[in-house]
Structure formats: structure tokens, C-alpha cells
Design a protein around this ligand. Structure first.
Ligand code: SF4
Length: 342
């Protein structure tokens, strides 16, 4: 069974794989950047960011010597900005510890900031052809179906079991084509809902298909506590300028955003603002409600327009804002305000 599966998947991958700019290279730096960008973001959305990023920073040294603001600017709109901060820090470490050359052992790569087991496995297999598993949701799903595994893939012990199955499957095969074949199969054929088993290159070895369980598996029961947060988000203006602040360490670190308080009314917002800034604020109008979803929290932003009657630190014109890294959530807020004012 195993031989058939690997060969069928690898042959299919060579014939039908999806074309992406990061598949035209085995440069580990490029593969690393693509894998980080692809976390939480679709392949189509990543393509222009990937091209722009590597045209601006063609080497690890170029990235390491750039300012964090420049890196954030190129990341603007991709979200999850912590990724950008980590790759910038990691590039500096690679310059200092490895002379700007991407390390080439699994242990060293896994030790780099922002690189977990999946990314380390993907870089090692794609750039260096090492037999390292790269286990993500696609692989957990495909292997559960192939082997009719009825364990919950949200649990660590199931993930470990699947990792050991893939490690065994990889032995003696081209790990780059195998791992990327699983990625493509999961994205295009062995989809979470309604898998296209009639087009599947590894249908013959699929126990879920043989037992008509492909629409049941995998079992994936998560127990993540997801927080719903409600904010009054203030577009605070003084003449043609907007009040922004730069986020402290934590969520959206260093990115600029509008002032917002976790409260239920714009009048409460006024009080909070006056307590913090010691300046009065007038309410002009309600703008819109916007939702922004992060991994473990959802922001419900109830947007209001306020005006200041005196200038304070932190005011920026629209032209200034164009050059500042704004969080994705607050870019949406700004767009909604500008649309409202038209
Ligand atoms: S036969 Fe169906 S369920 Fe099995 S691996 Fe292929 S697409 Fe997935």
C-alpha cells in the first residue's frame, strides 16, 4: 500500500502541481519567507506580497539591515504582524550567527524564532530534500482518511501519531515532492467538505474511501476559547489630521491604530479619553460597525467620529498615514470612515 501511495502522489504532483513563485526556487530564504506568509493567508493573497518582499530584500542581509517599519510597511494588509517582527529578528540572528547563510540542519532551523515544526519540516524538505514531515491541517486530514484514523486530530497525541506515519512514508522518497503533493492534494482534492475522491491520485490506498467515511473523517473537535470583544473605536480628528497611537508590546505590537476602549457607549469613550488625555472631546457621528477576526479573538468595533478642539501629540494627515504601518483592523476602520465622508 505504502509504495503505491507515495509514487502515485509524487507522480501526480509532478504532473499537476500548482504554480507559485516560491516553487521556482530552492533558496531556503525564499522558502522560509513564503512559508511564514502562507501561515493564516491564502496562496493567491500571498503572491504579490512575496514578490514585493523579495524584490525589496533579495538577501537575508538586506532584510536584517532594513528598519522594522520598512518590513511592516511591506507586510501591511497581510495581518498577524508578529510574523514580520519575527522574521526581521531571525534575519539578524542568521547574519550574526551564520554569516547571512540560512542554516541547513533541522535542529538549527527549528531553533529559529517564529519557526515551528511545520515550517521547519517544510523548509528542510523543500529546500534541502530532507525526509522531514511537515504536518498541517491538510496532512492531518489526508492521513486520517487514508488510514481510517478515528482519533481527534485536534489532540496532540493524534498529531504525533500522524507525524510518525508521515516520517515512515517519506523514507526513500523525494520529500519535497511528497510534502508539496500533500499540500496540493489537501488544497484542491482532499478538501474538508466533499472531497473529490473520483479525481484523487491516492484513492486506491484510501481506507476512508473504501469504507465510505470520507465525508465523516477527520474527527476535529477543538476546544479553543474564543473571545468576543466589543470596542468603541474613535476616529478622532483635529482639522484635517487624525489621532493615532502606536501599539505597545503585545497584540499588533508597534503598529499604529485609532484609540479604542472596551466600553459600550461613545459617551463612556469620551470619559475614558478625557481621563487618559486630559482633553475634552466632542462626538460628531456614528460611522459603522466593523468586525475583525483574529485567531483567538474577534473585535467588534463600533466606530464613532469625535473632534478635538486643540491639537495634541499623535496627529497625522492622510498622507502621513499612508507611510505608517497601520493594523489591518484599523485600515478597515479608516476606509469605512473615508467612505462615509464621501
Ligand atoms: S480518496 Fe478521497 S478521502 Fe481519500 S485521500 Fe483521496 S480525496 Fe481524500
Amino acid at each position: 500500500m505504502q509504495n503505491n501511495m507515495q509514487n502515485n502522489l509524487i507522480n501526480w504532483y509532478h504532473q499537476y502541481h500548482r504554480q507559485f513563485p516560491w516553487r521556482e526556487t530552492e533558496n531556503p530564504y525564499f522558502i522560509w519567507i513564503s512559508e511564514i506568509m502562507l501561515q493564516q493567508t491564502t496562496t493567491e493573497a500571498v503572491i504579490p506580497y512575496f514578490n514585493r518582499f523579495l524584490t525589496t530584500f533579495p538577501t537575508i542581509t538586506d532584510l536584517a539591515t532594513a528598519s522594522l517599519e520598512d518590513v511592516y510597511k511591506l507586510w501591511e494588509g497581510l495581518g498577524y504582524y508578529r510574523r514580520a517582527k519575527h522574521i526581521h529578528e531571525t534575519a539578524k540572528i542568521i547574519v550574526h550567527q551564520y554569516n547571512g547563510i540560512f542554516p541547513n540542519t533541522h535542529k538549527e532551523i527549528l531553533a529559529l524564532k517564529g519557526i515551528g515544526p511545520y515550517t521547519a519540516g517544510a523548509i528542510c524538505s523543500i529546500a534541502y530534500h530532507m525526509p522531514t514531515p511537515a504536518i498541517d491541517g491538510n496532512v492531518l486530514r489526508i492521513i486520517s482518511r487514508q488510514y481510517l484514523l478515528k482519533d481527534n486530530i485536534a489532540e496532540t497525541k493524534t498529531q504525533k501519531h500522524i507525524t510518525s506515519i508521515v516520517a515512515e512514508l517519506l523514507m526513500g522518497y523525494d520529500a519535497s515532492a511528497f510534502n508539496q503533493g500533500l499540500m496540493d492534494l489537501g488544497a484542491t482534492i482532499c478538501r474538508p467538505l466533499n472531497p473529490k475522491c473520483d479525481q484523487c491520485p491516492i484513492q486506491k490506498t484510501c481506507l476512508a474511501y473504501q469504507n465510505n467515511q470520507q465525508k465523516v473523517l477527520p474527527i476535529n473537535i477543538k476546544n479553543i476559547k474564543h473571545k468576543e470583544l466589543h470596542y468603541i473605536t474613535g476616529i478622532i480628528t483635529y482639522q484635517d489630521q487624525f489621532l493615532l497611537f502606536q501599539n505597545p508590546p503585545g497584540l499588533l505590537e508597534n503598529l499604529y491604530g485609532f484609540v479604542q476602549y472596551e466600553c459600550e457607549s461613545p459617551y463612556r469613550f469620551q470619559e475614558e479619553f478625557e481621563n487618559q488625555y486630559h482633553l475634552p472631546l466632542s462626538i460628531v457621528s456614528y460611522i459603522q460597525d466593523i468586525k475583525h477576526v483574529f485567531t483567538h479573538r474577534t473585535w467588534h468595533m463600533h466606530i464613532y467620529h469625535f473632534v478635538l478642539d486643540k491639537p495634541i501629540k499623535g496627529l497625522y494627515t492622510l498622507d502621513d498615514i499612508h507611510n505608517l504601518p497601520l493594523s489591518t483592523a484599523h485600515l478597515k476602520v479608516l476606509k469605512s470612515f473615508l467612505k462615509h465622508m464621501k
